[in-house]
Write a protein that binds this ligand. Structure first.
Ligand code: UD1
Length: 306
């Protein structure tokens, strides 16, 4: 399968990762976006891209959006772990039922392949770090559970109905356009906004929790590889860098780049927060040919400048 002249749907295409995928593909493909604009923003929608305002929770909206489409990048989701703890039903409606609506519509309309945004959150606190895909999933939150359920649905649609599906277990994705406006937003989007606005940073817990931060441009590349690779249907791949950095280390890197000591406050550890998360990247490298290119320092520099 080639990604040129294809009819592509990006669910959640007005959001952070989805808008990067849509923008990158819009050059050589016919791209359509389905987004309910709950957390996504109209200004993220790239020019020349068709936009349907609709919700993955609504099967009719999804059916209309997949008409004539070859490849779907299913990015629409609740991505906020604390929100899933506050409102697990909302999280499940979007992430489980929404995914099921997408899979059903794709099965019935002859879509060739679906690339699903899964999450490393399904591992919880895994036994092995770096964590290979074979590690037993043991989520710590409704979010990790709903992402796992969505992933397993995509796998079953591959084996039962022959719809090609590939799941990408994103680790901590960061980069420009990640929305910093909720207290539950991605940590780097919040930290970079606060530094620019000369406000203090809050660390939840002791700051020694580690995350594998992967740049959104590399994640776009992973999606393109997943959409085009042969022999990977029904498979799941870790999308990370294989390097885990603590929140305290991130703060000293940001301080160095900003050229000043940052004002930091420590607050209570968050419920459902994993201690350490780090991808074993071998499977993605060997089977998709994925190798992340953007180093953390370069990525952080860009964030502070954007
Ligand atoms: C993130 C993603 C989730 C994804 C998962 C993959 C978001 C909002 N969450 O969850 O969708 O599936 O990675 O593993 O993109 N923290 C602070 N101060 C802050 C904000 C956060 O100390 O102001 C801490 C958190 O407690 C956590 C770490 O930073 O320990 C990362 O938090 P966050 O960016 O929310 O990501 P995850 O919870 O890892």
């Amino acid at each position: 399968m080639k990604l040129k002249g294809a009819n592509v749907l990006v669910t959640g295409g007005a959001g952070f990762i989805g808008s990067w995928i849509a923008e990158t593909l819009a050059d050589k493909n016919n791209v359509r976006i389905l987004d309910a604009l709950i957390t996504g923003k109209k200004q993220n929608i790239p020019e020349g891209v068709e936009f349907i305002k609709g919700d993955v929770r609504n099967a009719g909206d999804v059916r209309a959006a997949v008409k004539g489409v070859d490849i779907v990048f299913h990015q629409a989701a609740n991505v906020q772990i604390p929100l899933s703890i506050e409102d697990p039903v909302f999280d499940s409606d979007v992430n489980v039922r929404g995914t099921l609506n997408v899979m059903e519509a794709c099965r019935k309309s002859g879509v060739k392949r679906v690339v699903y945004a899964s999450s490393s959150a399904l591992y919880g606190n895994p036994e092995k770090i770096p964590t290979p895909e074979t590690c037993y999933p043991d989520p710590l939150s409704p979010y990790g559970t709903s992402k796992m359920a969505g992933e397993y649905y995509t796998k079953v649609y591959s084996s039962l109905y022959g719809l090609e599906t590939v799941s990408l277990r994103y680790f901590n994705v960061y980069g420009p356009r990640q929305n910093p406006d909720s207290p539950y937003s991605g940590v780097l989007s919040i930290f970079s906004k606060n530094i620019k606005e000369k406000r203090s940073l809050t660390v939840f817990g002791d700051g020694r929790q580690r995350r594998d931060f992967v740049n959104v441009r590399d994640v776009v590349e992973a999606n393109i590889l997943a959409a085009t690779a042969d022999g990977v249907s029904g498979e799941a791949f870790n999308i990370g860098t294989g390097i885990a950095v603590s929140i305290n280390e991130i703060i000293s890197m940001l301080g160095k780049i900003a050229g000043k000591n940052l004002d930091v406050m420590y607050s209570e550890r968050r419920q459902g927060d994993a201690r350490k998360s780090c991808a074993d990247t071998r499977k993605a490298r060997e089977e998709l040919g994925f190798s992340p290119k953007i180093g953390l320092e370069e990525g952080l520099r860009e964030l502070l400048q954007s």
